[in-house]
Write a protein that binds this ligand. Structure first.
Ligand code: SF4
Length: 345
């Protein structure tokens, strides 16, 4: 068994669904990334425009890096409800499926650390660092190079037999390892993700304008939600999965057995009004250990108010929003004004 093969075996043993290895050459991605930044498609995510050189040159981020070990960790949980029905429901909230359970960063980081320890045990000391969406790392490009899947027209990585419902993580190492070949792109003439996107965020194949993307708007964007996107947001209160739901390759996605990713606090089937009713203390307590906590209570409430504005006209929603108006910040009141206007028709 080669060194690379023995390393992959350790990763699979630890519960990663796939391990791929690549080198640090990302030259073919430089132009695409530079264009994306130049067009301001990153919106308020200023960190994407910083440390660009480190992002494109792994050995600038971690000196002496020769290889990148990429992992795939599936997160989709089995649910009885059809997710398109949930999106159409109107009174229930839609939370991006990756965020229903515990924040994956902690689990991923711990497991990557164990993985690195296992590699050191077998092959002796190595210089390394583990990453999980935590530093200027071009993780999708690296995963594609490492053969984890191909980068689809929606920009996510997908796999013919496993779809795209997975997290990525990386170990940068100074070990020289055999590298994997990228897999072929199987998007073909399909445009399902582009067609379904509620806000036309996939402005051309393989290029997403984050400023239009509902995931960005409800998670990364901390200002008021631009008026032009509010109706299209529907009942999505945290993230959006439409491009993944529409992708034909996700018919082949497998469910995760990870306990950490199972829904908590009924987030997979919760009413908008229940979410709206959480106080800041409730939010902080219930969302402890969840990725959702990072957006803070004000953005959480902002998203729910937008979704309530999109719900079917309901005197109870209207009277509740009016009753609470004075206790909200001006930021939330602006969104409540819009929501009430929607209900007036
Ligand atoms: S929906 Fe179609 S175009 Fe989009 S990523 Fe999937 S296969 Fe590719």
């Amino acid at each position: 068994m080669s060194k690379s093969e023995s390393i992959k075996a350790i990763g699979l043993e630890l519960g990663f669904q796939q391990v791929g290895i690549t080198d640090v050459k990302l030259d073919s991605h430089h132009q695409h990334y530079a264009d994306w930044i130049a067009r301001n498609y990153h919106g308020e995510m200023g960190y994407m425009a910083r440390n660009v050189s480190k992002r494109l040159h792994p050995s600038e981020l971690v000196p002496d890096t020769l290889s990148v070990i990429c992992v795939r960790l599936d997160y989709l949980v089995e649910e009885s409800r059809d997710l398109f029905d949930l999106l159409d429901h109107g009174r229930l909230a839609y939370v991006s499926r990756y965020a229903l359970g515990r924040d994956y960063h902690k689990l991923m980081r711990k497991r990557l650390q164990k993985f690195a320890d296992g590699i050191k045990q077998l092959h002796g000391s190595m210089g390394y660092r583990v990453f999980t969406d935590s530093a200027p790392v071009l993780e999708k490009a690296l995963a594609a190079k490492a053969g984890i899947g191909w980068q689809g027209k929606h920009s996510n990585i997908l796999h013919r037999e496993h779809g795209s419902w997975f997290f990525l993580g990386e170990i940068y190492t100074d070990m020289a390892l055999d590298i994997d070949d990228p897999v072929a792109n199987h998007c073909g003439s399909c445009t399902s993700c582009i067609d379904i996107c509620p806000t036309d965020a996939i402005v051309e194949p393989y290029r997403v304008d984050a400023r239009r993307c509902i995931s960005y708007l409800t998670i990364e964007h901390r200002s008021e939600i631009p008026l032009e996107f509010r109706t299209a947001i529907g009942n999505r209160i945290y993230g959006c999965d439409d491009c993944q739901l529409a992708c034909p390759w996700n018919r082949f996605a497998k469910y995760t057995g990870e306990i950490d990713f199972q829904p908590r606090h009924g987030l997979d089937d919760i009413s908008l009004m229940d979410c709206y009713g959480w106080s800041e203390a409730d939010f902080m307590e219930k969302m402890e250990g969840s990725a959702i906590r990072r957006i803070g209570y004000q953005c959480w409430l902002r998203n729910i108010v937008i979704a309530l504005g999109n719900a079917a006209p309901d005197p109870h929603i209207e009277s509740t929003l009016k009753r609470d108006y004075a206790r909200h910040s001006g930021f939330i009141q602006h969104h409540v004004d819009w929501a009430l206007q929607q209900h007036k028709g």
